[in-house]
Design a protein around this ligand. Structure first.
Ligand code: NAD
Length: 308
């Protein structure tokens, strides 16, 4: 079983170590990459993510700045702050923590970020470059999945890849990256008819729908590689027992913490069929933050024309 697991944590540590080396080299030339994160409002999950991003930066020798705006600060204040960070020569990366509170226009905010500092890769210029197959700064979760596939030698070229979920953050950019890596790609979504028959065609199946245990054994072709992007917090004992029957270690974690994480894939029932599979937690999640670090360091080089 263990040899099937795609260890995102290990690959993320590898990526972070490489970024750390490149940062050390930049620091030797007097350049300290800097990431600035904007947090609007007080969503508890967003606060946790923002804290984790700042700590990850500092561990790798980069600088981080956090800017908090009140939930009712307004679109103009948000865009002014982005403008200030665009103009600040010390700042290499700007990230607006999503989702924004109600009343904010997310697209309008992302549109004002300098594309050269857009470490999330959500600016229309970076989205367009990605579509044309000449990516600059690429969205972190899809970029992390591609790194995992490459480093774990999961075949992509010529393979039938099915991505479930068409969000701008995960599904669409991942489909583009897979396409450029020469997979034959199908994107599924909430209105896809007969999802099972489509996903069963996949040599590489990516679940990014945000629906607990959506992907069961009936969706998976034996021997497929399965990547689970979904994150769900199980807070009810019956759910843990239903999805992980007899898994004492997981139940112990649930007892200790009051919750455990799982994904869009019914892991216990799908894993026996899959050739390789990502766990949740410890799969795609750690790669996202590692790629954000990589994008920040890359932005620092790109901006100074030192991309080697
Ligand atoms: P989203 O809600 O923006 O998009 C979900 C997509 O799934 C939509 O395109 C929708 O059409 C599709 N979908 C919904 N129900 C479906 C169904 N029954 N069948 C087929 N398609 C369906 O979500 P998102 O931001 O792309 O995130 C997806 C999941 O990935 C969430 O659980 C999120 O928490 C997780 N996520 C994880 C990471 C990470 O680092 N691991 C990063 C981003 C998102």
């Amino acid at each position: 079983m263990n040899e099937k697991l795609l260890d995102g944590k290990r690959v993320a540590a590898e990526i972070r170590a490489e970024v750390g080396e490149r940062v050390a080299e930049l620091r030797g030339r007097g350049i300290i990459p800097r990431l600035d994160v904007i947090l609007v409002g007080d969503d508890p999950a967003s606060k946790v993510y923002v804290g984790a991003k700042a700590r990850a930066c500092e561990k790798l020798g980069m600088v981080s700045g956090t800017h908090r705006l009140e939930p009712n600060a307004g679109q103009a204040a948000l865009e002014r702050l982005i403008g200030d960070l665009n103009a600040d020569p010390e700042v290499d990366g700007i990230l607006v923590q999503l989702p924004l509170p109600e009343g904010y226009d997310t697209h309008a905010a992302l549109d004002v970020i300098d594309p050269a500092k857009d470490v999330d890769g959500f600016h229309p210029r970076n989205v367009g470059l990605l579509q044309q197959g000449r990516p600059s700064l690429t969205p972190c979760t899809p970029a992390g999945i591609m790194e995992l596939l490459r480093r774990e030698e999961i075949p992509v070229k010529g393979q039938r890849a099915v991505v479930v979920g068409r969000s701008d953050i995960v599904g669409k950019p991942l489909a583009m990256l897979l396409l450029h890596a020469h997979a034959t790609v199908t994107l599924c979504h909430s209105r896809t008819r007969d999802l099972t028959s489509v996903t069963r065609e996949a040599d590489l199946l990516v679940a990014a729908a945000g629906k607990l245990a959506l992907i069961g054994p009936e969706h998976v072709k034996p021997g497929a590689a399965v990547i689970d992007v979904g994150i769900h917090r199980l807070t009810r004992r019956e759910e843990v027992e239903r999805l992980f029957p007899g898994d004492e270690a997981r139940m112990a974690r649930f007892e200790a913490k009051g919750s455990v994480l799982t994904g869009d894939v019914d892991f216990v029932r799908v894993a026996p069929l899959a050739s390789r599979i990502t766990p949740v937690p410890g799969g795609v999640g750690p790669l996202t933050i590692a790629m954000l670090m990589s994008n920040t360091e890359r932005a620092a080089r790109l901006r100074r024309g030192r991309e080697e």
